[in-house]
Design a binder for this molecule. Structure first.
Ligand code: ZN
Length: 161
């Protein structure tokens, strides 16, 4: 069996930026990432490089921003009057705010600047514009169940969500 569409993949990975900063590592957590291949569970630039890998295979994958979290978009940096933001939230440059958009979807916003009257929020994904370097190892492969395919995500140990 190899990685292809509708297979459940258990994979260890370490994610490093171009400056060698380690952003995330499933190895440190000792908990492989599990996802269904070919259904958009992980970033496209990584997924396409995994196709055909077998259990035990290791690979280094370099993913350009366009195939990861996108390029930075200056239009996503906006300045708001403080009165438009929840008064109880303490504002500090560099702080992440977990807000909701008008549809109730979660939005992560980085406070990038502050004045007495205004707050500047950066809604770009923190990894936008970054080249991502992954070290991956395929730990396990299995067929997805019909329920998992219907839901579009893995049910770990038979547990729902
Ligand atoms: Zn489910």
């Amino acid at each position: 069996m190899s990685v292809e569409k509708d297979k459940v993949v258990s994979m260890h990975y370490t994610l490093t930026l171009e400056n060698d900063e380690v952003i995330d590592s499933s190895v440190e957590r000792n908990e492989p990432l599990q996802f269904i291949a070919g259904v958009g569970n992980i970033i496209p630039g990584l997924e396409k490089e995994l196709i055909g890998m077998e259990k035990g295979d290791k690979k280094s994958v370099r993913v350009a921003p366009e195939e990861a979290y996108g390029l930075r978009n200056d239009e996503l940096v906006q300045t708001y009057p403080r009165s438009e933001l929840p008064a109880e939230v303490e504002m500090e440059v560099g702080k992440m705010l977990y807000l909701e958009d008008e549809h109730g979807h979660p939005v992560d916003a980085l406070v990038s600047d502050l004045t007495e009257e205004t707050v500047t929020l950066d809604l770009n994904h923190p990894l936008s514009g970054e080249v991502l370097n992954f070290e991956v190892e395929i730990i396990e492969l299995r067929e997805a169940t019909s329920e998992e395919l219907e839901h579009g995500h893995v049910h770990v140990d038979g547990h729902h969500h």
